[in-house]
Design a protein around this ligand. Structure first.
Ligand code: ARG
Length: 541
């Protein structure tokens, strides 16, 4: 095959096309649209082509112009055709698609840039609820995606370990002379406190003691933190999640006076509290309460400042539920006013939705009892066992993988109906299905005999279908990261698995070198993709 400057790989196809279209348009239409402004997309219907551009329509030249441009674009890589009212479609030639197989890679677009991903962030002295599961799983996937793209990524677990609720707890611990510091017991004390509105003042008083660094209260608070961390770590271990840092809210306590000082010229007193008015916002941000205590928002402002000084990130992703939308809008706007950030768009709140029960209600309680994440995870492992994965490690990989995949295959913002049937499905868009397909590629490869690679001239439809999909992997990883949408990667992998299984069911792979190479490529993309999602792969199932 004649080549001028070597072959192009999938990530460069788009720019190569833009360049070709640019030249042709200049030539035929006499207008030179900058190459980067030429839209190149994957048509929705694959038969139309692998890529297409609407440039002739944009230039209001319709089909006639499209045809002239198409004739002008001669390429060794594509077949060019015109469709409808003037779309120009490009179909990659089979030989070229085959070449892409060995070039699948992820572009290092993030080299030199830093991203902070804040995720999980459970609250001390409360059970790790199902609500923090989403944050943990999505946050870890975003972390992995950005890392794969070459960014320096920093994970931070913004633990809820400070605030008036600890005053309430300390008061109760003292009052009841509690020495049982299990999370359940602490939760009970907290509930009981709220049955007595007359104790509110005591709660505030005890929090003040904590803020004033009273040694005894600090000691008891630390005990609550330690007990909770043991529980959380058990869950992180189950989920196979490790978070680089855990600067909890308490860490920012010493920075509070500085934040109040920074805000001096823009804050004002209102009903005893200290607030910052935010233009066009329904409510002001409260810096200090009327009793002088700091707030959740003040600590978040300190966090923005601290991260800027420590890591100078280009982007900070807050993987937190949609119910905190107003809070983050206020914090981001205030951070801009305080010049802690120059660009508010560098602070992103992903706003994940809720888990709903099959009856459409919030998936939080069962018979009046809060559902604990650990119970859900253990149930997933049990169900995986019942599906025939008798080894505990395998059952864990399948059960936990199923939960993670179920979570990630939904768009972040949507509410998810938690349905065990779908989570554990062996067919369809599920974790076990993808793990199974990966294991299938590996078992084919294991059976293979070594021999020289025969280049096949005629490709069948099922082989072409895989080739037409798999080369897009790098693009997809990029899209999933910049759109904060791991579900796009799930969909891509699912489609790839389906195409591979169709191919597998119809053709004999063993003894055919090209088909082996195809199997190898599908296996390594599934492996890489599942890894980015945080899902374990299994060599056999
Ligand atoms: N601990 C909080 C909660 O469970 C989530 C923390 C979110 N992050 C933040 N920077 N405020 O509601």
């Amino acid at each position: 095959m004649a080549r001028s400057g070597g072959t192009i790989c999938s990530m460069e196809i788009k720019s190569k096309l833009q360049e070709l279209v640019y030249k042709a348009v200049c030539e035929v239409a006499g207008v030179c649209v900058p190459a980067k402004n030429i839209k190149i997309e994957h048509p929705e219907v694959e038969e139309h082509g692998d890529y297409s551009t609407n440039i002739a329509l944009e230039l209001k030249g319709g089909r006639a112009l499209a045809e002239k441009i198409a004739v002008q674009i001669g390429s060794e890589y594509f077949d060019v055709s015109v469709a409808g009212s003037g779309f120009i479609n490009f179909k990659l030639k089979p030989q070229y698609l085959v070449e892409q197989l060995s070039k699948i890679h992820i572009d290092q677009m993030g080299k030199g840039k830093t991203v902070v991903v804040e995720y999980s962030s459970p609250n001390i002295a409360k059970p790790f609820g199902i609500g923090h599961l989403r944050s943990t799983i999505i946050g870890q996937a975003l972390y992995n995606l950005y890392q794969a793209l070459g960014y320096t990524v920093i994970g931070d677990n913004h633990l809820g370990d400070w605030g008036t609720q600890f005053g309430k707890l300390l008061f109760m611990i003292n009052k009841t002379k509690t020495d049982d510091f299990s999370i359940e017991e602490l939760e009970k004390l907290y509930v009981e406190f709220h049955l007595h509105p007359e104790w509110e003042e005591e709660g505030r008083r005890w929090f003040k003691k904590l803020e004033d660094k009273n040694t005894e209260t600090r000691r008891i608070w630390q005990k609550c933190v330690d007990v909770s961390m043991v529980e959380f770590d058990r869950i992180y271990k189950l989920l196979d999640v490790k978070i680089d840092n855990a600067y909890g809210e308490s860490f920012y306590e010493d920075l509070m006076p500085q934040i109040i000082a920074d805000a001096e010229n823009m804050s004002k007193k209102s009903e005893g509290a200290l607030i910052i008015e935010i233009p066009n916002e329904e409510a002001p941000l409260m810096l200090l309460k009327s009793d002088g205590g700091t707030t959740y928002a003040t600590r978040d402002l300190a966090t923005v400042k601290f991260r800027k000084q420590k890591w100078d990130p280009d982007l900070v992703i807050y993987e937190v539920g949609a119910e905190q939308t107003l809070h983050f809008r206020q914090v981001f706007a205030a951070a801009k006013l305080l010049t802690y950030v120059t660009n508010v768009n560098s602070l992103i709140h992903t706003k994940h939705g809720l888990y709903l029960d099959t009856d459409g209600k919030k998936f939080a309680t069962r018979m009046g009892k809060t559902i604990k994440l650990e119970e859900v995870l253990n149930e997933a492992i049990d169900r995986a066992k019942k599906l025939g994965n008798s080894e505990i490690e395998t059952a864990k990989a399948v059960g936990i993988g199923a939960i993670k995949y179920f979570e990630l295959s939904h768009s972040i913002q949507s509410d998810i109906v938690f349905d065990w049937e779908k989570v554990m499905a062996l067919e369809g868009n599920s974790g076990p299905y993808l793990q199974y397909t990966y294991a299938r590629t590996q078992s084919v490869l294991k059976k293979a005999q070594d021999s020289g690679l025969k280049v096949q001239s005629d490709l069948n439809d099922e082989e072409l279908a895989i080739l037409r999909w798999i080369y897009r992997y790098g693009e997809l990883v990029e899209e999933a990261a910049v759109r904060y949408a791991p579900n796009l990667l799930c969909n891509f992998l699912y489609e790839l698995a389906q195409r591979y299984n169709t191919f597998y069911n119809k053709h004999t792979i063993l003894g055919n070198d090209f088909r082996m190479a195809l199997t190898q490529a599908v296996g390594s993309v599934l492996n890489s993709g599942l890894n980015l999602l945080g899902i374990a792969v299994l060599e056999h199932m």
